[in-house]
Design a protein around this ligand. Structure first.
Ligand SMILES: NC(=O)c1ccc[n+]([C@@H]2O[C@H](COP(=O)([O-])OP(=O)(O)OC[C@H]3O[C@@H](n4cnc5c(N)ncnc54)[C@H](O)[C@@H]3O)[C@@H](O)[C@H]2O)c1
Length: 266
């Protein structure tokens, strides 16, 4: 199926690493014009180089901290200046603290989890809506997590913040459907990078080997209905689907798990 993403102007936050990287490469392969906002310009630059040499789409990078509204506004302005419009916003940038029981977490760290994950979605969505309302068209996809649906022990603040994203996206979908704007959330389950090239120095996965032994990863996979862990491409495919008006033009306000069946809702 042709997703109709060729020529579309798409913003991807956190597009330098892992899932964001797979989203950017997937969009560029469809022929989209992608603007990446990331705090890691070096890693995002590598992704842009890969995408631009492969075509048919193209990628520009704008140094952006999504927890700052002024920087989110600058990101949207850059995409709009380059392409004259913004068709899709992918709120992918995220951050979590090392797993610990809530009673052992630091309130200062809660603030960072809230500001990057939820603040980032609020800032970028606020910054893009005026343009999308003017266009009478747009799609917003936010990366949530199955932690929002299940509750994830040792990730209490992150689980709560991702649940806030689900509620926010449903509300924005209801408020802006009349402007032809679709808003959905995707909940990845445990999704592990396949190689060091896929992640940057700011990635959550930099210390993967310290956090999870091969044995632990195999046990986690065994507990999934599909008996495997997710790959970045699995999540990217769902993001591209929800970004596409051709494929998902009648879908809004939904929360979709891409997690090998870890959570089942309905
Ligand atoms: N990988 C998983 O298992 C998993 C599971 C559930 C949900 N998610 C969600 O998917 C998204 C992507 O996760 P990932 O595993 O690819 O993470 P990652 O750490 O590999 O990549 C995150 C990217 O976001 C960027 N970033 C971080 N803070 C930023 C900020 N303030 N402003 C702009 N960019 C910022 C980083 O530089 C990096 O490029 C996140 O929202 C995460 O919460 C991931």
């Amino acid at each position: 199926m042709d997703l109709g993403l060729a020529g579309k102007s798409v913003i991807v936050t956190g597009g330098g690493s892992h899932i964001g990287r797979a989203i950017v490469l997937g969009l560029a392969a469809e022929g989209a014009h992608v603007t990446v906002g990331d705090i890691d310009p070096e890693q995002a630059g590598k992704v842009a180089e890969t995408a631009n040499s492969a075509g048919p789409g193209d990628v520009q990078v704008v140094l952006t901290d999504v927890s700052r509204l002024d920087q989110a506004e600058n990101l949207v302005r850059s995409a709009r200046d380059a392409q004259g419009r913004v068709d899709v916003l992918i709120n992918n940038a995220g951050w979590w603290d090392p797993p610990a029981f809530f009673t052992q977490t630091d309130p200062e760290v809660w603030q960072k989890v809230i500001q990057v994950n939820y603040g980032g979605v609020l800032n970028c969505t606020r910054a893009v809506l005026e343009t999308m309302i003017e266009q009478n068209k747009g799609a917003i996809v936010s990366l949530s997590s199955d932690a929002s649906r299940q509750g994830e022990p040792r990730q209490a603040v992150y689980s709560g913040v991702k649940a806030a994203i689900n509620g926010f996206m449903k509300t924005i979908a209801k408020e802006n459907g009349r402007f032809g704007i679709r808003c959905n959330a995707i909940c990845p389950g445990f999704t592990v990078p396949q190689s060091g090239d896929e992640i940057g120095s700011t990635s959550l996965w930099v210390n993967k080997d310290e956090l999870y032994s091969e044995d632990q990863l195999a046990k986690i996979a065994h507990n999934m209905p599909l008996r495997k862990l997710g790959k970045a491409r699995d999540v990217a495919n769902a993001v591209l689907f929800l970004s596409s008006d051709e494929a998902a033009g009648h879908i809004t306000g939904q929360v979709l798990s891409v997690s090998g069946g870890y959570s089942m809702v309905g």
